[in-house]
Design a protein around this ligand. Structure first.
Ligand code: 1CP
Length: 357
């Protein structure tokens, strides 16, 4: 079987995922061209995804190795992106542990019994690694199919997962979460400790089965002040990365609205700091310093604009990304469902053309 990511077999350069442009950019090594992938590249923007998912609930699909494999490969085949990201969800480790969560279409994760007390925290079941056999099967198959194209494994960071558990679902202000953090500092620490252990277990399973890179999503950390983030959240995110031990995979760490937190997010243990569209990459490079690479940061809404605007913004991001130690081109957040998939393929081509040597 020819791997979907196969490159010129006559080439003398090493071609395994460990030598990919994504891994090299993440480590600040020279690349053949800027690697590009998109958060939420698998999903509702693709008709082939909608067809495969029809009739299967999101969290069921995430536990079916055949569906996970096929959905993960779809955007790699279609767009020629430089990485696959495992089709899963940040709440999956909780679901596998036995927490009653559903992903409601058009809403997101909804928790049947939100965490509101110390007793609720203590009642959370741990994640047993042996329950992740489906995940290991999917990752092994994917790695075989992908050939030289790296697979990104991921998990939700303790803070972002805590927001769903405490709020009971998606939220804008995260007021209950903050109230719990301030009012119940010991229960907060215990909750985030537990979530860190489960995120690390989830990541280790993916890396041990062959994922070449990991991304820790702390999507909602941007609602916190730098002081609260540093004191009450960062140590737990660091614990997730520490839980990877000496596994030699680059670590990407991303959140939305984290302009004021970028240096701290790097300090949590990232090789690559993900940046949303609010801070230009040259400024972000100044904030994170020369020890880390950057990922980002085209505004996903730009992809809904005319082609000239898309091209101008892609050029700007590629240009400003040159200020970073290494640059992984991505959006500032996930692909919007209305995005024309043809535009995504065009962006991949343009980034490669602009950055190729
Ligand atoms: O039925 C559907 O198609 C549901 C939509 C959907 C999809 C495709 C959800 C519900 N999750 C996913 C997959 C998913 N989730 C991936 C797939 C890999 C890829 O990127 O292609 C990833 C990486 C995630 C991670 C995830 N889930 C995050 C972090 C990334 C981010 O967007 O910030 C978060 C916050 C979630 C929670 C979640 N799951 C789904 C939704 C709609 C949400 C967000 C809800 C909210 O606004 O709080």
């Amino acid at each position: 079987m020819t791997p979907v990511g196969a490159t010129d077999p006559g080439s003398s350069t090493p071609t395994g995922p460990a030598h990919s442009d994504l891994v090299r950019a993440a480590r600040g090594l020279p690349v053949s061209r800027t690697p590009v992938w998109f958060m939420r590249q698998a999903g509702r923007s693709l008709p082939e995804y909608r067809a495969l998912r029809a009739g299967t609930a999101m969290l069921e699909a995430c536990q079916d190795p055949d569906l996970v494999t096929e959905i993960t490969l779809q955007p790699v085949r279609r767009h020629g992106v430089d990485a696959a990201i495992l089709f899963s969800d940040i709440v999956l480790p909780l679901v596998v542990s036995g927490v009653d969560i559903e992903i409601k279409p058009g809403i997101g994760p909804v928790v049947a019994q939100p965490v509101r007390t110390v007793a609720d925290v203590d009642a959370l079941p741990p994640l047993e690694p042996q329950r992740l056999a489906f995940l290991e099967t999917a990752v092994r198959r994917l790695v075989a199919e992908l050939g030289p194209t790296p697979l990104i494994g991921f998990a939700g960071a303790p803070f972002t997962l805590a927001t769903y558990l405490i709020e009971g679902g998606p939220s804008k202000e995260h007021a209950r979460t903050k109230a719990f953090m301030y009012a119940e500092p010991q229960a907060w620490t215990r909750l985030l400790d537990r979530l860190a252990v489960s995120a690390a277990t989830f990541l280790r399973a993916q890396v041990d089965a062959g994922a070449s890179v990991v991304q820790l999503f702390d999507s909602w950390a941007g609602v916190l002040s730098a002081a609260d983030y540093a004191e009450r959240v960062l140590p737990h995110s660091r614990a997730v990365f520490d839980g990877l031990g000496d596994r030699d995979v680059p670590r990407i760490h991303f959140g939305v609205g984290t302009g004021e937190l970028l240096a701290l997010i790097g300090d949590a243990g990232a090789d690559v700091v993900g940046v949303d569209w609010r801070v230009p990459l040259d400024e972000a490079a100044r904030r994170v310093g020369p020890q880390r690479s950057l990922q980002g940061n085209l505004d996903p809404a730009v992809l809904l604009a005319d082609r000239a605007t898309v091209d101008r913004e892609v050029r700007r991001v590629v240009e400003q990304g040159r200020a970073a130690r290494g640059h992984v081109f991505n959006l500032g957040h996930g692909v919007l469902p209305d995005t024309d998939p043809g535009v995504l393929s065009h962006v991949v081509e343009l980034v490669h053309e602009l950055s190729g040597r």
